[in-house]
Design a protein around this ligand. Sequence first.
Ligand code: 26Q
Length: 830
Amino acid sequence: MSAKISAHTLLHSTVSETTRVGLSKKDIQLSFLEYLYYGIGRIPEVATPSDLYTALALTVRDRVFRRFVRTTGAIAEQDVRAVAYLSAEYLPGPHLANNLYNLGITEQTKEALRELEIDLEGLLEQEEEPGLGSGGLGRLASCYMDSLATLAIPAIAYGIRYEFGIFDQSIQNGWQVEITDKWLRFGNPWEVVRPEIAYEVKFGGRTEQITDEDGRFEVRWHPESVVKGTAYDTPVLGYQGSSMILRLWKAEASESFDFSAFNLGNYYQAVEAKMASENIGKVLYPNDQALSGKSLRLKQQLFFVSCSLQDMIRLHLLQGRSLDRFHDKFAIQLNDTHPSIAVAELMRILVDQHRMDWDTSWYITRNTFSYTNHTLLPEALERWPISLFQTILPRHLEIIYEINHRFLQQVREHYTTDDSLISRLSLIDESGERYIRMSHLATVGSHKVNGVSALHSELLQKHVLRDFAELWPDRFCNVTNGITPRRFLGLSNPLLAGLITQHIGETWVTQLDELIKLKDWAEDKPFQQRWKEVKLSNKQALARFIDEHTGVRVNPNSLFDVQAKRIHEYKRQHLKVLHILSLYLQLKKGMLPELPAYTFIFAGKAAPGYFMAKLIIKLIHAVADLVNHDPDVHDLLKVVFLPDFNVKNAQHLYPAADLSEQISLAGMEASGTGNMKFALNGALTVGTLDGANVEIRKQVGEDNFFLFGMNAEQVQSMKASAYQPHPIYENNERLKEVLDFLLSKKLTQGDSQLFKPLYDHLLWQDSFMVLADFQSYLECQEQIGKLWLRPEEWTRKAILNVAHMGKFSSDRAIQEYCQLIWKVSPIEVK
Ligand code: 26Q
């Protein structure tokens, strides 16, 4: 005990001033060299760029860990409730630059390296970002960890250490080609393995009901296989302060399981079982918004959820606490339904393993969990066939049946006898093949359920979870998404961040509402001038980046019109393409005298099995080929598809955009967060009344937002009255011309059938009502073109947009979660 205290005192009184964790240029330089020589065993003369990067990463990691250790100490002392964020996806982005930024040592580090004739920028380029997510949901989880750390809210994020993250996208002949993401190839200096923190997770087999000598009923599960999960920790550093942890589970073969097979003398069977175990953590399923129904995905879900719950229970018991106060110490957030099997798993642990009675266990469970829904698309609502569950998770299936039985019994006793309502509420869908409805499990097992924007939360309660919202109105709430201003302004747009700080100070970094002070500068000519210079300079940088990666030369003075997000029909990248083609066709006819010069930039990945999304990528490339090389266009239009959209590439895009495309069909995009990132960097938005666009428009003012298209209600009623796209096509000359052009030889280089599936779909189904919104979009774009020709006005609006973005900080969102849902407060870190 006394040794412990003196070690702590020793560290904090002396080491803080030493080279090991010092923040001066000299300390950083020495640490870096020590790592290079003695950590990696290299001399600078033969060190590879990867060696240099690793030495710097380790140097920085020490300084991050210093804060992490301090934070952990404070959490242990203060006996507070902690947040456990359960998410199947994270997209932290590159760590090095972000940690330098949050430590406030970017400049000294650059200088320290420069003296050694090493370029920091070059080292930053070496980093392979962890692509452990597919899109918005994964990035949101990482923004929230950034805010939790910055706000010093005790938190731990749990997930899966996929060996292969989201595929790298390359483009061949205009088509998307997927390449496995080998992000661990050169090691990962940011993580620390904790071999002693490991748990077993059971799968398959059968259950047995027995009554023990005391007459107590119990269930024993005889699994078919066991997998071990080992913890890998990555510190998540907040801005100038504390640090929390991202704990990812790596799937490995369990030794106990190995041994039994070896002892039976069946060597090959044992090796096969080992490989099967490791398979669980191999790959992230790159689908977003669609079910793949793969049994491996279900195994992944139980795997990480079970390890995480066992870990929390270990931590809880370690502190000498009783399990019936578990919910006082942990608030567990379910990031969509992907981890919702946790509801059944916690019940299993409490009832089967800790022999707690059902009602107490259920009370603890419901008070522990809360659930965030991220989707309104019916095909993205997770359901699993009972048959699959029975095979993989037989005990969990029984528990879910029991939860359902008790729930429906209560409903019948106290609420309704309407059988159709009861079958709609049931956790089991029995309308055809029987399925478990994971959103129902998550809702029943949580004390709060939230949507991610005002509109989404409203629609959730009106449609997707309506019966539950009527049954338990108080359980439902909204927390509008947010983004971290550190990564998405401070770090990625240093010029704009600098200009803002120069005029309103730097408090905006942690209090984004402060941006409102920019309002006073919106009309100031010299300020506008500086603002324009910053944007131009960011656009020049992006132009170089585009040239390097695609070979397309773009004009930095043109309007940069950007749509960057997953490729999906509901997000309507093809609506943007139709607009580009209509401009092109007008231009060919010499009909656009006052056309601004445009650069249209697309970026995003398509799910590998999503044919239509991949065809849209091909279409963008076909349009680019045609438009970029047509001499009649006189460089007035350029179309670019920037491959491999990820956090790193995104950071080049947001600062350089003039116009942000947020054009999903109203009622489809739960929130969107790219919309916030663009607006925070001074882009104007063209968008529908969908997701968080509604709130962005409200904040920045109607005059500073380009609105078009139907609202969610109009969409609903048009769908109800049997929407028909074909008459719209027949009655709109420009639309007809543009759509027919999809089949023209000029676009398809001979294969006129190439885009026929897209053409047919738009004409005869048009599930996302591209045709219905086309005219309104075109007219809106005409207004945009006109405004662009009045640069002062444009800049004024851009400044006002940034001034009103305070609400969309993830700090605000996290504070709402803390007050409304988790009931947790910050710790004091000295
Ligand atoms: C489910 C089952 C099987 C396979 C895959 C999936 C799956 C995986 C990922 C389903 C959905 C996702 C991802 C969804 C997602 O990213 N949703 C986005 O979440 C953002 C953060 O709240 C919102 O801003 C976006 O509007 C929403 O689309």
